[in-house]
Design a protein around this ligand. Structure first.
Ligand code: GLN
Length: 472
């Protein structure tokens, strides 16, 4: 069956009887089966998807179907769905079944999207390569020796390989945009507080955001508009009205800034650098103003991110104690050994590293030196960013310093991996919306994305602007 990148095409075919939802689901299930080697899915909801497809076919016939009828979506394994298992790719939550659905899931189901399964990711969404999963690494469909990026690697791989039309991921420091860049898909992180996190397994609560992956802006916009907006279950969501993305393309000249120093760093691959500068010239030729600006706080972004997110993670993950939730060690014999052994055996190495780091930066005596300082630095970054948006519409950067790397690459130095996030964490520290667009390929035919960020709650303008580069 043809792979359709937009829901419009799918719905046209459903309407003219080229295929039914039920037939389409069979085709997806076959394709998923064929691509099992990617390890993108943790679980496929074949039975569910089939029965929903039949219901939606009937609704389509009667003209009562929701606006997402025919859209087949995968969920990152940290977004809960009532009556379905969810583990955040951790042994800690093995066998755990959710009693409720995330608000985003409810909203997609209400509009008749079909959820086809849950997707592999880094354990508790911590990672940049999808190698820290209890279920093993995910492979990049464009080159099986390469990582798909992380932490939403399964979501990105599934969308890139055509195993679903779109997928949801979570982005705490780049986990939607970085895998989108590595797999040639579009990945979008909305403003902090635009989309409900009710039902997202928390990693770092002042950073976490849910967002979509797709192969077209149309599907990104539809998912975003369906999910966004106030939610009684999450009081961090803004009450602001959700602006829909205007259908007509806005071609007026815009003011775009990029951080000069970010592009001179030696960590950035030569081809990525060249492509970015070429792109900047292109933008100028189209009449946009593109300016390299100073951002003296650049070197602090990754440290701020890793101090604050590990602190928040150490607190969020305290609930996994062998009693309230999840895995309990069989070797435990009293309360203390239940805590200790369950956590020792249940968490993977990277999650433990972060809990330890987070506990350290919050500990008395060090709190002010690390956590307190990082909070202040976060405020400075936010203020400086706000000031930039008084003058500019968008901030541009490559999404990642290079294209996808080898799965077999040894990561003995965790701080090196943390530098992967150099371009993406800015949007999470400040809460601004940011999108990765699949615009480039290197000489080895591996994709890499360009990232545009806008001021808070300017997603409609940002996604509309993206239409200048992606025509579907
Ligand atoms: N790579 C980043 C990290 O390891 C981002 C994770 C995320 O956005 N969930 O923390």
């Amino acid at each position: 069956m043809t792979q359709f990148d937009t829901l419009t095409e799918v719905q046209e075919n459903l309407k003219n009887g080229a295929f039914t939802c039920a037939q389409m689901i069979e085709a997806f299930l076959e394709r998923i089966e064929k691509h099992q080697n990617l390890n993108a899915f943790v679980e496929v909801y074949a039975h569910d998807a089939r029965s929903r497809a039949t219901v939606i076919d009937a609704k389509l016939k009667h003209g009562t179907a929701g606006k997402l009828a025919g859209l087949v979506v995968g969920l990152k394994d940290n977004i809960v769905y009532r009556g379905h298992k969810v583990t955040a790719a951790s042994k800690m939550l093995e066998g755990f079944e959710s009693l409720f659905s995330a608000t985003v899931v409810e909203r997609l189901l209400e509009e008749d999207a079909i959820i086809i399964g849950r997707l592999n990711c880094d354990e508790f969404a911590m990672g940049s390569a999808n190698k820290f999963s209890h279920y093993g690494p995910v492979k990049n469909p464009l080159n099986l020796k390469k990582v798909p990026g992380g932490s939403s690697g399964g979501s990105a791989a599934a969308v890139a390989a055509g195993l679903c039309h779109a997928a949801l991921g979570s982005d705490t420091g780049g986990s939607i945009r970085q895998p989108a860049s590595f797999t040639g898909t579009i990945g979008f992180k909305p403003t902090y507080g635009r989309v409900s996190r009710h039902g997202l397994i928390a990693f770092a609560s002042s950073f976490d955001q849910i967002g979509p992956f797709a192969r077209s802006l149309e599907n990104i916009n539809l998912l975003y508009e369906t999910m966004a907006g106030p939610d009684d279950y999450d009081n961090t969501v803004s009450q602001k009205e959700v602006e829909t993305v205007p259908p007509e393309q806005n071609e007026k000249p815009r003011k775009i800034a990029y951080f000069k120093d970010a592009l001179t760093s030696e960590h950035i691959d030569k081809e990525v650098k060249e492509a970015t500068f070429e792109f900047i010239e292109d933008l100028k030729a189209k009449g946009h103003t593109v300016t390299g600006i100073e951002f003296p706080l650049l070197d602090y972004l990754v440290p701020i991110y890793y101090i604050l997110t590990t602190a928040e993670a150490s607190s969020n993950l305290a609930r996994y104690d062998g009693i309230h939730f999840g895995y309990r060690s069989e070797n435990a014999h009293d309360l203390e050994s239940t805590y200790k052994l369950s956590r020792t055996e249940g968490f993977g190495a990277e999650v433990k590293r972060r809990i330890l780091l987070g506990t350290f930066v919050l500990s008395s005596g060090y709190y002010e030196a690390y956590y307190g300082k990082a909070q202040k630095a976060r405020r400075l970054v936010s203020d400086k960013t706000k000031a930039i948006f008084e003058e500019y519409d968008f901030i541009l950067s490559p999404t990642t310093p290079h294209a996808a790397f080898d799965i077999s690459a040894e990561s003995t130095d965790p701080t090196k991996m943390y530098l992967e996030d150099i371009f993406t964490v800015h949007a999470n520290i400040t809460g601004i919306p940011s999108v990765s667009l699949p615009l480039f390929q290197n000489s080895k035919k591996l994709p890499f994305g360009m990232q545009f960020s806008a001021n808070s709650f300017q997603e409609a303008d940002l996604l509309n602007f993206a239409k200048n580069f992606i025509n579907k």
